[in-house]
Every structure is written in structure tokens, then in C-alpha cells.
Design a protein around this ligand. Structure first.
Ligand code: OSB
Ligand code: MG
Length: 374
């Protein structure tokens, strides 16, 4: 794959309804899309950084800078045998996983198109449909949350995850559990608690939760081992795990019993593949997290979720839960039994709506190799 051109775009998309987590409320997404042209073929990737450095250290703007100053100029004009040749090219850049992931995943998409296979197949995916759950933002009161849960269950979703924060936790989960005693239910605190809250966090053992996601500090694997030893509920790590070394440390310390893999957080498909394999070998289930992605990031998540380690329903759900109009065609749809059918056509299996993307692009950077054909 000869890298002939790279286009970095920022698009703006308004969420159908605001999404509240313990670290803030998101109304509008500022999303970076990476387009890589290799051998005349365009591959697309999405940078999943947030607008502020609240989930992790990256933001839309830091990723713009890292890609523009360090990643794109370094990649342009190079010839890669496969997308998995990309990580060594950016190994000298510390952190900035989401910036790297946007570029790496665009290369995987291009490679799948060039080879004429689906991205799922190229990655080594094994299934033709994936199990879906939803992540529900923090609500005003327990009753309105129960109503939302009811709606999502009617749509077929197989697992409900509730966002929680101090003061909006126990009563909300209790109300949902009382109404739906048998559903797969989990909670996600996005690092809103600390070890002084152990007694409080223990009370969640009442609810037979599938898991409690990232209750403690975003960078503290050790604190989670102290907590996991004292609660029955399985802890799932999200924010703490950037690479397979972190996953192995967390597993060995018994800091968690489940891991959430997000492509952006782990720097792309190559590392995600390694991580799910390492977890699978050790009997640790993984699932695919979400970052309020556009259709491009969503399609990458679907392909990744077909790898054999992904044994629990993920947070990847229908486009129409987020957007009035998604930037891929068809939009991502969920079946009545709460699954997404994995496309079998080459590449992502969805068409990128270039015209719509142009309309919502607010800035762009282009790199063109000197002797490029396109
Ligand atoms: O922790 O999983 C998270 C959204 C933004 C930042 C962090 C998280 C989330 C979600 C939403 O839970 C998942 C989605 O529906 O995309
Ligand atoms: Mg999470």
C-alpha cells in the first residue's frame, strides 16, 4: 500500500439528545475523520477523542495537532505491506492513542478494500452478527430512567448499562432492578469514586450486576485491585487500559474480571487484536465500548466485535439512537433480538456519504505525495 494522500477533516454532528456521564454532558460532537488514499483507494478512520480532556487526556484539538504535525507527514509517501506495519511507525510518539487509532484504522479499511474482503474477515472475525447493549446517560430521576430502559428493551437490546455518579446511583439502579429483575444490567461510573467509597460500592452487590465499570481513578489499576477484593460484583476496566501490558497487569493483580476494549483508547485494530487474544487466553471476557461515534467509528467497532474474545454484548448500537442522519449508508441497524448483522461486502461494508461529510466539514488538512496518482 503506497500512501498517496491523507485528508484530515473535522466534522460537527449534533446528538439527538444530550448524553450525561459523571464527567459532563455532551450535546454536540466535534469528530475528526481520517481519509487515507493508498493505491488509489480511500480508507476511512475516526478519531474518538472527546471535545474536552475529561474521559482521557486527548481532545479533538490535541488529536488534530498530533496527526497534523507528527503522524500524517511521517506516513505520507511510505509503502506498507499491511496496516499492521503502522504501529511501529508511530511507536516514538508517546500516548495520543486516539490520534494514532484514527490513522491506523483508515489503513485497515483501505487494506480490506484493496484485498476485496470485509474488514471483519481481514481482522480474523468469526461471527456474522454481534450482540448489542446500550449505555444510558444519567437522568433527572429514577422514573425517567426506568422509562428509557423499557424503551431500549422493547427495541431488543440484550444488556443495559447505566451511567452513575455520586448522588445519582443506588436509587436509580434499585428502581431499574426492581422493574426488570432478570435483565443483564451493568453500571459505569467513569472514575467518579475512590477507595473511601468502598462501603457504598459494596451495596451494589445487591443488584446482581453483570459488572461495575471503572469506578475508581482513570489511571489507577492498583486501587481497583483493592476494591475488587472487597466487592462481589465483577469490576470491568475501561479508562485504565491503554494497551495489552496494562491489561496483563490488571489481570495479574486481579483488579478486574472483565475488560472493555475501545479502538481509540488502545490505539487501533492491531493493539485491540492483541488485547482480546491475551484476555481470551486468560479467560477474561471483553466487549466493545463506544465513544458516541459517527457511522465510520461504529462500522470499525462492529468489525472488531467479531473477534473471538468479544464474548459479552457491547455498547455499539443503532445509528438512529444518536443521529438524525448518519454519515454512512445504510445506517447501523439493530435486529429485534438485539444484534447487528456484520456486513460481508469489502471494507467496512457501509458506504461513506462523502457529500454529507463535505457539508458538515468545518476544517480540513491535506497531504499529497509528490508523485501521487490521485
Ligand atoms: O465510558 O463507555 C464510556 C461515552 C463517552 C465517553 C465514555 C463512555 C461513553 C459511553 C457511551 O458509555 C457509549 C456509546 O453509546 O457510544
Ligand atoms: Mg466506560
Amino acid at each position: 500500500m503506497k500512501i498517496e494522500a491523507i485528508v484530515l477533516r473535522e466534522i460537527h454532528m449534533r446528538l439527538k439528545s444530550p448524553f450525561e456521564t459523571s464527567f459532563g454532558i455532551t450535546h454536540d460532537r466535534r469528530i475528526l475523520l481520517v481519509e487515507v488514499v493508498a493505491d488509489g483507494i480511500s480508507g476511512w478512520g475516526e478519531v474518538t477523542a472527546g471535545e474536552s480532556p475529561a474521559y482521557n487526556a486527548e481532545t479533538t484539538d490535541t488529536a488534530w495537532l498530533i496527526i497534523s504535525d507528527f503522524i500524517a507527514p511521517n506516513l505520507l509517501g511510505k509503502s506498507l505491506l499491511t496496516a499492521s506495519d503502522f504501529p511501529p511507525l508511530v511507536a516514538h510518539i508517546r500516548g495520543n492513542e486516539m490520534a494514532k487509532s484514527g490513522m491506523e484504522n483508515a489503513l485497515w479499511h483501505a487494506e480490506a478494500l484493496i484485498k476485496g474482503v470485509s474488514l471483519s474477515k481481514l481482522l480474523g472475525g468469526m461471527t456474522d452478527e454481534i450482540a448489542c447493549g446500550v449505555s444510558l446517560g444519567i437522568r433527572e430521576n429514577p422514573q425517567s430512567l426506568v422509562k428509557r430502559v423499557q424503551e431500549e428493551l422493547r427495541s431488543g437490546y440484550q444488556r443495559i448499562k447505566l451511567k452513575i455518579k455520586p448522588g445519582k446511583d443506588y436509587d436509580f439502579v434499585a428502581a431499574v432492578r426492581k422493574e426488570f429483575p432478570d435483565i443483564l444490567l451493568s453500571v459505569d461510573a467513569n472514575s467518579a469514586y475512590n477507595l473511601d467509597d468502598v462501603a457504598h460500592l459494596k451495596t451494589f452487590d445487591d443488584f446482581s450486576l453483570l459488572m461495575m465499570e471503572q469506578p475508581l481513578s482513570w489511571d489507577d489499576i492498583y486501587a481497583h485491585c483493592k476494591l475488587q477484593a472487597q466487592v462481589k460484583t465483577a469490576i470491568c476496566l475501561d479508562e485504565c487500559i491503554y494497551n495489552t501490558r496494562h491489561a496483563l497487569a490488571a489481570i495479574e493483580l486481579k483488579s478486574c474480571r472483565i475488560i472493555n476494549i475501545k479502538l481509540g483508547r488502545v490505539s487501533g485494530h492491531s493493539e485491540a487484536k492483541l488485547m482480546q487474544a491475551a484476555c481470551r487466553e486468560r479467560g477474561i471476557p471483553v466487549w466493545c465500548g463506544g465513544m458516541l461515534e459517527s457511522g465510520i467509528g461504529r462500522a470499525h467497532n462492529i468489525a472488531m466485535s467479531t473477534l473471538p474474545g468479544f464474548s459479552l454484548p457491547g455498547d455499539v448500537s443503532a445509528s438512529q439512537r444518536y443521529w438524525n442522519e448518519d454519515i454512512i449508508e445504510p445506517a447501523v441497524e439493530v435486529t429485534a433480538k438485539g444484534t447487528i448483522r456484520v456486513p460481508v461486502s469489502p471494507g467496512l461494508g457501509y458506504t461513506v456519504k462523502r457529500d454529507l461529510i463535505e457539508k458538515i466539514t468545518v476544517r480540513r488538512n491535506n497531504w499529497m505525495a509528490k508523485n501521487a496518482t490521485t
